[in-house]
Design a protein around this ligand. Structure first.
Ligand code: AMP
Length: 401
């Protein structure tokens, strides 16, 4: 058996998995791990392997210490890089700009190109580079592959990609819609044609990735033609803590009249808004519990969320003309039957009919939740970005020999 190591490096944390690239999306990974509180005195490493959890607490000075200690823990558990065959290391990279569309074998030049994109993702790309540099040092003899969150959407049609702002300013500042969650949208969109028993090049579909972050995409004949996230992952749908689309004038108002700095507004819209901003919680399980207790703010937050979601679904139905499938994925999309039902309620007129029983059935498998006579097929398909990255990294490593 051969595996891929998948690394998702954040500013103060590293998530990693060792994955069999041939496993199913709903399978547990061979190993999963989390390094937390990097740079803090109370760092923590948690590893899950073979149904058991192993945790250790220690100061983790930097990403290198975090990853080295994790690999040593894995080797002690008998599942580390010296014991199992790892054929590729896949790195999640948030922003590939207009430079990267497909996964890229990492060398010094590619690292520099990802560094050049830091102004587009100042919080994410530096942390991604830290993870890449450390992992290349620790595992120098394994091919490392960068997989970009923006890649799937790089070739959006200009009408969807451009913002109607001054063209010179936009070009100078690389302002355009890049889209994010691309690995997940591509992974899901790739599975739907088989469920319809049709070639991908003939399928028009809408993918709704509803997790703590949330985004939608419209895919026509196999190619994305629009997506809800924009230049940054703040745009589009209402999310757990992010506002999604708002009137940009609100930002000027908060700066001029609300006494807030740019950083405070950034924090407000990214971390204190969305469902949490209205209801005080961002987890949909808490939200539904509060709604059942007749909490007015929770009910409002849910309705704002559903309203924005339906707006986008409507927009994409028009953009696509004919819709063959609508697919829900990610934490909310896979688990929250109420959100799915409310997102598509009352649309029988448009050929969309949800089967109540199918929708409420709990399952980790890809499944249809529309009725047999629904013209538009509605599915729930579990996403697994780590598995998708593992598959892409393994395929590229194999191709390059
Ligand atoms: P993700 O970002 O894809 O991991 O999704 C995480 C979010 O999924 C959580 O914040 C919850 O809002 C939601 N979620 C997870 N499990 C459930 C569940 N059983 N029912 C409703 N929502 C859920």
């Amino acid at each position: 058996m051969t595996y891929a190591l998948v690394i998702n490096s954040g500013s103060s944390s590293i998530k990693f998995q060792i994955v069999d690239p041939n496993s199913a999306a709903s399978d547990d990974p061979f190993v999963s791990g989390l390094v937390e509180q990097i740079g803090e005195p109370n760092g923590r490493i948690t590893i899950k392997h073979a149904g058991e959890k192993h945790a250790t607490q220690l100061p983790i000075a930097n990403h290198k210490v975090g990853l080295e200690t994790s690999m040593a823990m894995l080797n002690e558990l008998g599942c580390g890089p010296t014991q199992v065959e790892i054929t590729a290391v896949g790195h999640r990279v948030v922003h590939g700009g207009m430079v990267f569309s497909v996964p890229e074998l990492i060398n010094d030049q590619v690292v520099e190109m990802i560094r050049d994109l830091i102004p587009l993702a100042p919080l994410h790309n530096p942390a991604n580079i830290d993870g890449i540099e450390v992992a290349r040092e620790i595992l120098p003899n394994i091919p490392h592959v960068a997989v970009f969150d923006t890649g799937f959407f790089r070739d959006l049609p200009p009408a969807a990609a451009l913002y109607a702002i001054n063209a010179e300013v936009a070009a100078k500042n690389q302002i355009r819609r890049y889209g994010f969650h691309g690995t997940s949208h591509e992974f899901i969109a790739g599975q739907v044609p088989a469920m319809l028993d049709r070639p991908a090049s003939t399928v028009n579909q809408i993918v709704l990735h509803l997790g703590n972050g949330a985004s939608a995409s419209a895919i026509k004949n196999g190619h994305p033609i629009d997506t809800s996230m924009g230049m940054t992952p703040l745009a589009g749908l209402v999310m757990g803590t992010r506002s999604g689309d708002i009137d940009p004038g609100i930002i000027f108002h908060l700066a001029r009249n609300g006494g807030m700095s740019i950083d405070e507004i950034d924090n407000l819209l990214n971390r204190q808004s969305g469902v949490k901003g209205i209801a005080g919680v961002n987890d949909f399980r808490d939200l539904h519990r509060m709604i059942s207790e007749e909490n007015e703010n929770a009910w409002l937050a849910y309705n704002v969320y559903i309203h924005q979601l339906r707006r986008l679904i409507g927009a994409y139905m028009i953009a696509l003309g004919r819709v063959d499938a609508i697919t829900f994925t990610a934490g909310v999309g896979e688990n929250d039957a109420a959100t799915r039902a409310d997102a598509l309620a009352g649309l029988a007129h448009y050929g969309i009919k949800i089967d109540k029983e199918r929708n409420e059935l709990r399952s980790g498998e890809p499944r249809q939740i529309s009725t047999d006579d629904s013209t538009v097929r509605v599915f729930v398909v579990p996403t697994n970005e780590e598995l998708a990255i593992a598959q892409k990294a393994t395929a590229l490593a194999a191709k390059l020999g």
